[in-house]
Design a protein around this ligand. Structure first.
Ligand code: ZN
Length: 209
């Protein structure tokens, strides 16, 4: 099963990726991990990517595609894989189409208002880094870290204005990909507002239909 996973930041994409990887016994591959692994091992591709990153430039699509191709050529990918964070552009999607036939692009759909609400409940301990949530992981004493007693804070990234800005960027970037895979009849859209388990089951049911 060769999958691409789409979903806004805060839509629960990472959780679903882990669950699907387990269900299908295939690796969950995030572009961030590929970059980190290649930089650490100082591979030729990693060193090339580093040149761009050191100059503060974006790594070109061709190089990103080469890094992904190199990763999915590895032995653990013989039965498939889940790509997370790739493709990000139509260019990358077209390059991927030339090399492999993916089975589906899964889109975990959550309305922007819901994502803003989810993010707005997040709190973090500035001292030990422990994450909390006003609904799902409430500290014993309001606003205070259970582990170290420090006062919890809201990260700038979780403030509604920041979240909305990131969502706008996400939609601008992702809509062309959704259209692209829709045209190929490979788009599997699921309601991401359901429970974690229901979302996984809905994805699997659609993939197997
Ligand atoms: Zn703490």
């Amino acid at each position: 099963m060769k999958l691409i996973l789409l979903g806004a930041p805060g839509a629960g994409k990472g959780t679903q990726a882990t669950r699907l990887a387990e269900h299908y016994s295939i690796p969950h591959i995030s572009t961030g991990d590929i970059f980190r692994a290649n930089l650490k091992a100082e591979t030729p591709l990693g060193l090339k990517a580093k040149e761009y990153m050191d100059k503060g430039l974006l790594v070109p699509d061709e190089l990103t595609v080469d890094l992904v191709m190199d990763r999915i050529a590895q032995e653990d990918c013989v039965n498939g894989y889940i790509l997370d964070g790739f493709p990000r552009t139509l260019n990358q999607a077209a390059a991927l189409d030339e090399k492999v036939a993916i089975d589906a692009a899964v889109d975990v759909e959550v309305p922007d208002e819901d994502i803003v609400k989810r993010m707005a409940g997040r709190r973090v301990c500035p001292s030990c880094g422990e994450p909390y949530h006003t609904e799902w992981k409430v500290p014993k004493k309001e606003g205070i870290c259970d582990r170290c007693g420090a006062e919890l804070i809201i990260r700038k990234d979780d403030e509604p204005e920041t979240v909305l800005k990131r969502l706008t960027v996400y939609h601008d970037q992702t809509q062309p990909l959704i259209d692209h895979y829709g045209k190929q009849d490979k788009l599997v859209a699921v309601d991401g507002t359901l429970s974690v388990e229901e979302v996984t089951n809905a994805i699997i049911a659609k993939l197997e239909a």
